[in-house]
Design a binder for this molecule. Structure first.
Ligand code: FAD
Length: 472
């Protein structure tokens, strides 16, 4: 899909009238930066190490079933303005299936009895609907419900001071009972921050609440790709090529830096693993921090003022795809409480599949375990056994279903762990190293490390490049 670097025309040899920039990394961050800079009249060379764009959003074909699955079930939300804006530009927005209103089912075993209940925000549009949904939640006392509403009102009125706290500390200060924390807030925090309630940053949790759940009418709607999610970026190479930019397949080994006449260090290009040098004086790095630190010399790293990689440890996600010979879950997707498995996605209801595949594999589920430090270390066999046992406890009908095929995908570097300790060291787009700009879900976007943080970081980096350029 992307051109090989050998076949690629040297970037400085065409369209000399346009300013040129190299973007390293074709995940959501790099692709957004490349698209937005191209729109602004720049000629961009997007260098991506893999065959396809998408980065941590990767789709693959399962050999046994022939079905396209992702490296883990991804969800977007109606508040993903930067990411959905990118899909609009690339013409791939129709690949996403959007809920009419937020409806989240929960399942648990209470006193030995499997129970389900629903957070249904469809009674009224936007935040009123979300609040009404919370008020009608099964299994909470009136006092707990009133405290939920009080918390939401304080969020709306900006009365909450989350900085430097964990989500757990904040929720306790806001008089949320342990039951409300485990039954409502924990699944939301794990899904949106990929971090436990005990370690997650309250600042990011509050931001998620403000923009996603208490934001404008469609903000809380969930969106799921009907096919493999990386298809949403598949049109990007052609889109860029039609506008004088290009996507090059190559691994950047070094970001090249030189000293100018006034002895200031500035970017002068990148060297690929093949030895080829691509010249430019503007580079947007859209790779994870641990990769970026290997592309610069220790001296240049200090000038760029990058944070220490040890301050951002990775948080794993384990995804388990299960195929059974019959369906036993009615809902599209459902949060499990009191289990290791946190979310179950019913892919037969959410995704497209060929009739012959559905006939052979009538039930297809995708299970997610976020912040899965311990679980990720178990063997695939043990993970599958554990998941099937948990399904049997919560959905007794699954006991008569036969498991036909299973697949475990461990993403040990799924997202950086964003905590109160590192929220203030996420770097801005413009670095002190002249010509070097940063994008990526880990940079200072004010959002948890998500697709939206990545896309927003790409927009911010593009704007920073444009604003500091002498061409405009
Ligand atoms: C299993 C899983 C489930 C997730 N679920 C969700 C979800 O439901 N919702 C959500 O919003 N987010 C989710 N996320 C998080 C989301 O996928 C990431 O936050 C986002 O994709 C990060 O994008 P990025 O562009 O910042 O980085 P990346 O996607 O990591 O992109 C970096 C790119 O740089 C390339 N690269 C690296 N080194 C080089 C080099 N030297 N030269 C050239 N190219 C290089 C890589 O190949 C990659 O394409 C999930 C992540 C995982 C792993």
């Amino acid at each position: 899909m992307v051109q090989s670097s050998e076949a690629h025309e040297h970037p400085s040899s065409s369209s000399p009238e346009k300013p040129h920039c190299i973007v390293i990394g074709g995940g959501f961050a790099g692709t957004t930066a490349a698209v937005r800079l191209t729109e602004a009249g720049w000629r961009v060379t997007l260098v991506e190490a893999r065959e396809h764009l998408g980065g941590r959003v990767q789709s693959l074909t399962d050999g046994t079933t022939g079905e396209t699955i992702d490296n883990g079930q991804h969800l977007m939300m109606g508040c993903y303005d930067a990411a959905l804006g990118l899909l609009q530009t690339l013409g791939t927005a129709p690949l996403m299936r959007r809920q009419k209103a937020l409806r989240v089912w929960f399942a648990e075993v209470l006193d030995g009895v499997p129970t389900t209940f629903c957070l249904d925000a469809s009674l009224a549009p936007g935040k009123i609907g979300v609040l009404l949904g919370m008020m009608r939640l099964h299994g909470l006392s009136w006092r707990e419900k009133l405290r939920l509403v009080r918390f939401a009102a304080r969020l709306q009125l900006n009365l909450i001071k989350p900085y430097g706290k964990t989500a757990q500390t904040l929720l306790r200060e806001e008089q949320q009972s342990e039951r409300v924390i485990t039954r409502l807030w924990e699944p939301i925090i794990l899904a949106t921050l990929n971090t436990s309630v005990q370690t997650s940053s309250a600042t990011l949790f509050v931001e998620v609440m403000r923009i996603a759940f208490l934001g404008r009418a469609e903000a809380s709607q969930m969106l799921i790709a009907e096919t493999g999610l990386d298809a949403v970026l598949a049109t990007a190479p052609a889109w860029l090529e039609e506008r004088d930019s290009t996507v090059v397949k190559g691994i950047v080994e070094t970001i090249l830096v030189k000293e100018n006449q006034v002895q200031i260090k500035q970017i002068c290009g990148v060297r690929l693993k093949t030895g080829e040098i691509l010249a430019t004086d503007v580079v947007v790095s859209a790779v994870p921090l641990h990769t970026l630190t290997k592309l610069l010399s220790p001296e240049d790293l200090t000038i760029a003022a990058l944070p220490n990689t040890e301050r951002f440890s990775p948080s794993p996600i384990v995804s388990v795809y299960l195929w059974f010979d019959k369906e036993f879950i009615e809902q599209d997707f459902i949060a499990l409480l009191g289990t290791t498995v946190q979310w179950v996605f019913n892919r037969r209801k959410l995704c497209r599949a060929e009739t012959s595949v559905v006939e052979r594999f009538p039930c297809h589920l995708s299970l997610t375990v976020s912040a899965a430090e311990t679980f990720a270390r178990a063997s695939a066999q043990d993970i599958i056994k554990h998941c099937v046992e948990e399904l049997a406890a919560v959905f007794p009908a699954s006991r008569s279903a036969r498991l036909l095929h299973a697949r475990v995908i461990r993403e040990t570097n799924a997202t950086p762990l964003l905590t109160p300790e590192n929220e203030h060291i996420r770097p801005k787009a413009q670095t002190p190293l002249q010509g070097l700009f940063l994008a990526g879900d880990w940079t200072n976007t004010g959002l948890p490390a998500t697709i939206e943080s990545a896309a927003r970081s790409g927009e911010i980096a593009a704007l920073a490049v444009i604003n500091t350029s002498t061409f405009h």
